[in-house]
Design a protein. Sequence first.
Length: 86
Amino acid sequence: MSDDDNRRTALGDQGERRVRRRQQALACHLAGGLVRDAGVAAMPLSSYYGKSEDGVGLLRFVFCKRRETLDGGVRGVLATQALTDR
């Protein structure tokens, strides 16, 4: 039995849906925080799927063409990470 099967058995369908909704909310919160705090754009991957649960908990990053923009985004993410490590 896989980990997913064990989780489904332990939580039931309603419990699994609650977990997925929480994961989706966390991905949206993280994406918003990255834009606000680090200047880095990310989107929850679930918005790309017909069934939103297929991309739950994953973020998609968009890369710009200029190296300076990418470097600034990396600096922003690292600065945000340093704040959360305290």
